[in-house]
Design a protein around this ligand. Structure first.
Ligand code: FBP
Length: 555
């Protein structure tokens, strides 16, 4: 196998653990905190989780080990989208498990949660684990989006665990996967299976965060990767001075990724979906806001700029959301076949015009034709519009071009406008984890085993105090039920972990808001450069500006 010099060097990197975990299980004891309750809907959630609700938060400290010694066989699952650092969670878990007892075993279920249901697994050994230390990706066992949520699935999972003598399952995933981890933990406890379940907080989107989870892993590396690319584009743009770059960045729903990239690179424009929704902005208003910046910069001779667009923005535009709902309705059931049978776009357009309300049609009519066609042609297996496939970077560029053409005709704008488009998503999900993510993930995995060894179930592996050096990080666990509330999902009330959107009164957004008007008309670009893995801690180990602002470490 060909291995790059960086990969070889990263194999040698020793991730930093929180101080209290550094001497292994023999010197770790548990400090119990308070009983917990869910963030909302306490009675309902307590009733749904009679065996796992209300447990105490815990932290680990240096002290005499009081855990009960038993042979552990642990199964680990990677769930959902890739996020840098996933391999290190597995490595940390493996190292802790083997350091505690060489006879302990770690199984990796392949291809995500379905691997557990299909009993498709590998048993890790040193040689295999060593090939993945400090590397990006989830290819160590693969990932998948199967949801573990039904009683039937849980029964199969319990059987598979029984077959292999599995004592605990670790689920590495986002808000949905950790919600399901809590439900699985409750099932395993209620059925006296003896199987513990522990979650680990993953997602580049950064929306699995709350008073207990300071950051989900992968967010640091992914945003650093996108910020490097955006910074490079800013420099190109400021050199050539002839293009406006429209850059869409991943983040299915929340705008944390876009905001962090903006804080790192100071582009001329960064849309924040949560603000668009709060202000009930229309597509036309958003296009006008961007066109204003283009016009002001053109008046100063700067016919170039950079606009960052969060992936999920169109779903936060109220009129667009209503349009999508009408389209889904319009093509429900057999009507989709009728539509698909129409031969030309003109006929299809007439069908649409006939079926949509006047308001929805007014929004549809202002969209560029390629976006109109995307809305009708690229649909998911349920027949719904695939909003995440909408090329919003092209949509806004086209709408801005229209606005500028109108302004030119009115004589208010005399500049030139030429757009380039980019989508940064997959580029960041499997990057070599930054030192922060390498350390954080290794600690999450190591800590997950400590939770198992001390007999906890339904807990999330929690490592906090992350804006400080790793030595000062605090390791422990939090019952997942503490993060839950009831939400309506697919017509039913369900207990779920609350998704964290960008808070408009939070420090990161306020910092951005105070400066963005200047960034819009001046050229204030900053160039973060590539992630550095070797060198001074002040360059290599710092985490996101979002976290620094949230912790008051940046004003
Ligand atoms: P997770 O929530 O599972 O971590 O995945 C997030 C994400 O990377 C989003 O940013 C993106 O919209 C989505 O996954 C894409 O997923 P897929 O590659 O399965 O289409």
């Amino acid at each position: 196998m060909n291995i790059s010099p960086l990969q070889t060097a990263r194999y040698e990197y020793m991730p930093k653990l929180p101080g209290m975990l550094r001497n292994g299980i023999s010197e770790i004891c548990v400090k119990e905190g308070n009983d917990t309750q869910s963030v909302a809907d306490q009675e309902k959630i307590a009733a749904l989780f009679p065996n796992t609700y209300g447990k105490k938060e815990i932290t680990f400290e240096k002290g005499a080990n009081t855990s009960v010694s038993k042979k552990q066989a642990v199964g680990v699952i990677l769930s959902g989208g890739q996020a840098p650092g996933g391999h290190n969670v597995v490595c940390g878990l493996y190292d802790a498990l083997k350091a505690t007892d060489k006879e302990n075993v770690l199984y990796g279920f392949k291809g995500g949660p379905s691997g557990l249901l299909e009993d498709s697994y590998i048993e890790f050994d040193d040689a295999y684990i060593n090939m993945f230390r400090n590397t990006g990706g989830f290819d160590i066992i693969g990932s998948g989006r199967t949801k573990l949520e039904t009683e039937e699935q849980f029964a199969v999972a319990a059987e598979v665990c029984k077959k292999h003598g599995i004592t605990a399952i670790v689920i590495i995933g986002g808000d949905d996967s950790n919600t399901n981890a809590a439900v699985l933990a409750e099932y395993m406890a209620a059925h006296n299976t003896g199987v513990q379940v522990i979650g680990c907080p993953k997602t580049i989107d950064g929306d699995l965060k709350n008073e207990d989870i300071e950051i989900s892993f992968g967010f640091d590396t992914a945003t650093k990767t996108y910020s490097e690319l955006i910074g490079n584009i800013e420099r190109d743009c400021n050199s050539a001075k002839k293009y406006w770059h429209f850059i869409k960045v991943m983040g299915r729903s929340a705008s944390h990724v876009a905001l962090e990239c903006a804080l790192e690179t100071q582009p001329n424009i960064c849309l924040i979906s949560e603000e668009v929704e709060a202000k009930k902005m229309s597509l036309s208003q958003i296009a006008d806001q961007i066109a204003d910046a283009v016009e002001k910069r053109a008046a100063k001779g700067m016919n170039f700029g950079v606009a960052v667009i969060p992936e999920g923005v169109v779903e936060f535009v109220p009129e667009f959301k209503a349009l999508i709902a009408e389209i889904n309705e319009l093509l429900a059931g057999a009507k989709a076949d009728e539509f698909n049978a129409l031969a030309s776009w003109e006929e299809k357009y007439a069908f649409i015009e006939n079926g949509l309300s006047g308001d929805a049609m007014a929004v549809f009519a202002i969209l560029p034709q390629n976006i109109q066609q995307q809305l009708f042609l690229e649909r998911d297996p349920h027949g719904n519009v695939q909003v995440s496939l909408i090329e919003s970077e092209k949509l806004f560029a086209a709408m801005v071009a229209d606005k500028l053409a109108q302004r030119k005709a009115a004589g208010t704008y005399k500049g030139k406008f030429s757009a380039q488009y980019h989508f940064f998503g997959y580029e960041g999900r499997c990057a070599f984890p930054s030192n922060f993510d390498a350390d954080y993930c290794y600690s999450l995995g190591y800590n997950a085993f400590m939770l198992i060894q001390y007999g906890f179930t339904g807990y999330l592996s929690k490592v906090s105090n992350l804006s400080r050096p790793a030595e000062e990080w605090i390791a422990g666990g939090m019952p997942i039920t503490k993060m839950m509330n009831m939400e309506r999902r697919h017509g039913e009330d369900k207990p779920v972990i609350r998704k964290a959107l960008v808070e408009l009164d939070g420090a990161p957004f306020r910092y951005f808001e105070e400066r963005r008007d200047t960034w819009a008309v001046e050229t204030c670009y900053t160039f973060p450069g590539a992630i550095q893995y070797f060198g001074p801690a002040s360059v290599c180990d710092i985490t996101t500006r979002t976290l620094a602002l949230e912790k008051g470490m940046l004003k």
